[in-house]
Design a binder for this molecule. Structure first.
Ligand code: ATP
Ligand code: MG
Length: 206
């Protein structure tokens, strides 16, 4: 039989062991530099996490550039909110691609031109050491559709200012992109309401 005191003792021991592991990890993490984060996989949460990170950086007044490699003026609640922030205090630039949906226009050259125009803006941010965080949302599509040149993207990531961090998102990230990132999270869909016939929900999905 174990009483509350035994349980408390075991809990204390477990917490102590946990603390030692965490402290050892913290002691090893001595590098101070920006990181490249990749959110991929077919589960929901990639863009939400990327924009959450943008909010986190903005909360400290850091300069943030968001580039969304999806065609069309997607409405999104976060953009509505963050767009209202006073820019002198919370310096955010939010760029998007073109005006029509990719799968509606089906015009490879027009899509490519729109992606390249957006990439030029992203590239300017990736060369600017006053930009603390660059979000390249849905970048994997622009790469997988060959709108962008993979070598050019990898070079820009490698040559960015050392203090700058980058968050990339999109399904189907290829191995080269996973290799280029410091932190990779694969969001795995266990289920999604859409597949049960539930429409994309305002304020949840967009
Ligand atoms: P979110 O924007 O909600 O963080 P995401 O960026 O991970 O999602 P995407 O792959 O970019 O998702 O897909 C865009 C849209 O599709 C979003 O509205 C998202 O909620 C929805 N979605 C995400 N995962 C799934 C899924 N497994 N099945 C159906 N719809 C999905
Ligand atoms: Mg997304």
């Amino acid at each position: 039989m174990s009483g509350p005191e035994d349980r408390a003792g075991r809990h204390r021991k477990r917490m102590q062991a946990r603390k030692e592991i965490v402290d050892a990890g913290v002691a090893r993490a001595l590098q101070e530099r920006g990181v490249v984060v990749l959110y991929t996989g077919d589960g929901k949460g990639k863009t939400t996490a990327a924009v959450g990170t943008a909010t986190r950086a903005l909360g400290y007044g850091y300069r943030v550039v968001v580039a969304q490699f999806i065609k069309g003026a997607w409405e999104c609640g976060e953009k509505n909110l963050l767009g209202r922030l006073p820019p002198e205090q919370y310096p955010l630039q939010w760029y998007e691609m073109g005006t029509d949906f990719t799968w509606e226009t089906q015009d490879f050259e027009a899509d490519k031109a729109a992606a390249r125009a957006l990439w030029d803006r992203a590239l300017a941010a990736l060369r600017d050491d006053s930009v603390y965080l660059v979000v390249l949302d849905e970048l994997t599509y622009a790469l997988n559709y060959h709108w962008l040149n993979k070598g050019e993207v990898l070079d820009a990531l490698a040559q960015r200012p050392p203090e700058q961090s980058v968050v990339m998102t999109g399904r189907g990230a290829k191995q080269y992109l996973r290799d280029a990132a410091d932190t990779v999270t694969e969001m795995r869909a266990l289920k999604h309401a859409f597949n049960d016939g539930v429409a994309a929900r305002k304020g949840v999905e967009w």
